[in-house]
Design a protein around this ligand. Structure first.
Ligand code: GLN
Ligand code: ZN
Length: 769
């Protein structure tokens, strides 16, 4: 495919790069600083070296304009709060005494002062610190960090473009500060914020910026006319400034929709759009809107948040079409490369052929450069790269890893009845009551018990060979014994084995399913210095042998009460992995669901009477635009039912959700057709119980009565009061008593006391019924 007419100016750029360094040097330096082992000066030096080496690598790879200001010690939204002076009052003194220590206090809190709240950055697994604003917020520009980083890059002789969170997105991501009315709308502060951005732009221009990028991903979500108006006003005002660099407005993660004409008409100099499949509608919308005459278009054709090699011919075709729409077309990854690991070449355990299908930040950078070259000079200039790319794509498409005929045949044979329990809930509930003989307000936990240092050390020792498998399994068994003994003694009604054998609720299963790849170095920032290594859904998914049965059966052999089987559901398995981009998500989910269905069946056959399939990610994976919700929820709920519907009436299926508010997906929760659901609720005083009731949710539910995010032990009276609140919404016959989530991050002593209080509270209420 040859572009219509080569664009001599086509440049290659990216919006951001992984921050951690090849060996997570940044994490080590920051954590060393927290412990007092690394000085502030040394931390700053580490950061500067990492930035410099990133820019030099980008430039050496052929990137024409490197991003600056994308680096962060913790989070770029927190950095923006510092840049615009939105420091919460409770942190101000600390920040004024020591800017760096104060910065980390905002991020992590101190003994006496709470941190900012943290939440997910759109539908990624990156978390940002939520700005706290109120009617009294006074913004002041502090461009020092942005200017310093720009100067560092310019000093290397590079063309550099500062990247900032745009004013509209910044306000839309903020929440009312503590003590401010809950209905306060941060967007009402726009007029106060814009002069501060004007000042930042002027400072950056004075420091040598030709272009500045303002990121406005919030505009790919459904926005009200008032919000679109605010965007229009913002860029009219910033565009009208005389002392400013050229402005590039960047959008990513989805289509711009009704915001596209607003930004296309804005008096700014460039627009960056996502042109990956997830935002395919941008292409037609751009054509329909008449294009971006007089503007620079930055085309995000390389998926910045997944790890697959780009389809270069397809990208070139898109770029070729775009040449007709703008004055200048540049090539980029669709979003910051922060969301992918650094370098696929660091992986030693992945088959060389499969490794060629993968593209991490370094490989994506090369793809962007190649595409820009192809766009500028014609495809002849990149013939070698194109041939290699074609070969990689063909090898992936034809591989037995991605096409397992047995898996495909099984998915094709799925019928409606596979996703349906044989009896309606009411009849099953009766059979389960007869089988389980539980008291009213049965007590249970969500699955994990404290993951002690000894457990983690044992796992590390197993990896390094210091402990053999038999020795490791003995440790796991003795841990299970302790967990069972404690629960029996305390009087918990439905027991768990405690999940001591699991490193992580997704990774544990991924390691045992064929079709999943694990990486050695594929770290991605989740928040602050916490990095995760998401497994990769690379091929067709099958479960060669049972994954959990022996541990659950062992636990049951020690117990007089039922022990719950514990699995991670298909939606969560997808949400916390890198997913295939060569088939619909629903197809991948169905494959995972069938593997889980086999595990559920084996647990049941081994005598397990209660099986929990966790779906904490059900809400967070909801698409950014409401128009896409129904299609997502259809495959999500179907795959859950597919994994759980093969059991007998008397086998009780539980599910669990957390990390979100669920008010808007109660119908989907109902559609899961689980017999029992446990949900996070302690901090919201059982809000979710009222939401379930308002919907007429007919099944059993355990709104959490113990906030497991803190070491605090809830007293019996407090739990009793929460249960009474729960009873106002859910009748005693259908109310369960459980914590908000698993106990893996808690210590044993607080876990013991908290669960004793929880059982005592349940007994108090039972005695009154
Ligand atoms: N069963 C898991 C646990 O208890 C659930 C974790 C979660 O919901 N995040 O740890
Ligand atoms: Zn949970």
């Amino acid at each position: 495919m040859t572009p219509k007419s080569p664009s001599a100016a086509a440049h290659a750029t990216v919006y951001g790069y992984p921050r951690q360094g090849p060996n997570r040097e940044l994490k080590k330096a920051i954590e060393g600083y927290w412990k007092g082992r690394v000085s502030a000066a040394s931390l700053q030096r580490t950061a500067q070296n990492l930035r410099r080496s990133n820019w030099q690598q980008l430039a050496a790879a052929g990137i024409h304009e490197v991003p600056t200001g994308d680096f962060s010690f913790y989070d770029h939204v927190l950095d923006t709060s510092v840049t615009v002076g939105a420091i919460p009052d409770r942190h101000r003194a600390a920040v004024e005494t020591d800017a760096l220590a104060g910065y980390f206090a905002m991020a992590r809190g101190t003994q006496d002062v709470a941190p900012l709240e943290m939440t997910k950055w759109f539908d990624t697994n990156y978390h940002y610190m939520v700005p706290e604003l109120g009617p009294d917020t006074v913004f002041t520009a502090d461009s020092s960090q942005q200017v310093a980083e720009l100067r560092e890059a310019l000093a290397l002789g590079l063309a550099a473009r500062p990247v900032l969170v745009g004013p509209v997105t910044y306000l839309l991501l903020a929440k009312p500060a503590p003590g401010v009315a809950a209905d306060f709308e941060p967007l009402t502060l726009l007029d106060r914020l814009l002069p501060v951005y004007a000042e930042l732009l002027a400072d950056l221009r004075a420091a040598g910026a030709e272009w500045v990028q303002l990121d406005e991903p919030a505009l790919v979500q459904d926005r009200t006319p008032a919000e679109l108006n605010a965007a229009e006003r913002t860029y009219r005002d910033l565009g009208a400034l005389t002392d400013r660099p050229k402005i590039l407005i960047a959008s990513y993660f989805d289509r711009l929709g009704e915001a596209l004409p607003v930004l296309a008409k804005a008096p700014v100099d460039g627009l960056a759009l996502d042109f990956t499949d997830a935002a395919a509608a941008n292409l037609e919308a751009l054509a329909a809107s008449g294009g971006l005459a007089g503007k620079r278009l930055v085309a995000g054709v390389v998926d910045g948040r997944n790890i697959w090699v780009n389809d270069m011919e397809k990208s070139l075709a898109t770029l070729g079409t775009l040449l007709g729409f703008a004055d200048r077309v540049d090539v980029a990854a669709s979003c910051s490369l922060l969301h992918v690991p650094l370098d696929a070449a660091a992986e030693r355990d992945i088959e060389p052929q499969v490794l060629r299908w993968l593209s991490f930040a370094r490989q994506k950078t090369a793809e962007v450069v190649t595409l820009a070259k192809g766009l500028a000079q014609g495809t002849g200039a990149i013939a070698g790269e194109l041939a290699a790319n074609r070969a990689d794509l063909a090898s992936r498409a034809a591989s037995p890893i991605t096409r397992d005929p047995a898996v495909r045949a099984r998915v094709a044979a799925i019928t409606d009845s596979d996703g349906r329990r044989s009896k309606p809930y009411a009849e099953r509930a009766e059979a389960q009551r007869a089988r389980l003989g539980l008291p009213l307000l049965p007590t249970t936990t969500i699955g994990s018990f404290p993951q002690t240092t000894e457990l983690r050390t044992a796992r590390a020792d197993l990896r390094t060979g210091r402990l053999d498998t038999a020795g490791y399994e003995e440790r796991i068994k003795s841990e299970i014994q302790e967990v069972i003994t404690f629960q029996e003694k305390t009087g918990v009604d439905v027991l768990v084995h405690g999940e001591p054998e699991r490193n992580d609720m997704v990774q544990y299963f991924a390691e045992q399913l064929t079709g999943y790849l694990a990486t050695q170095h594929g770290w991605v920032q989740s928040y602050g210095t916490r990095y995760v290594r998401p497994p990769i859904l690379a091929g067709d998914i099958a479960r060669p042998v049972p994954m959990t049965v022996r541990w659950t059966a062992y636990a049951q052999s020690l117990a007089s009460k039922p022990v719950k089987g514990m699995l991670t559901g298909p939606v969560t398995m997808l949400a916390w992995s890198f997913v295939r981009d060569d088939q619909p998500l629903g197809d991948t989910a169905r494959q995972v669901a069938l593997a889980l269905r086999d595990e559920v069946g084996d647990l049941e056959a081994a005598g397990t009477s209660v099986i929990q399939v966790d779906e904490p990610a059900l809400r967070e994976t909801l698409p950014l635009r409401a128009a896409d919700h129904a299609a997502y929820l259809a495959w999500a709920t179907e795959s859950f039912r597919l994994s759980t519907s093969g059991v007998q009436d008397a086998t009780q299926i539980h599910t669990h959700m957390c990390y979100a508010e669920f008010g808007d997906i109660v119908q989907a929760i109902d559609d899961l057709d689980a017999d029992v659901i446990s949900l996070e609720a302690a901090r919201s005083h059982m809000q979710v119980a009222r939401e379930l009731a308002a919907h007429g949710y007919p099944r059993e539910a355990g709104p959490g009565v113990y906030d497991i995010h803190s070491p605090r032990v809830p007293g019996t009276a407090e739990v009793t009061a929460l249960l009474r609140k729960g009873l106002e919404a859910i009748p005693a016959q259908r109310l369960w008593v459980n914590p908000d989530c698993g106990l893996k991050t808690r210590g044993w002593s607080e876990t013991r006391s908290s669960l004793e209080n929880l059982v005592a509270a349940a007994r108090t209420i039972r005695s009154e019924l």
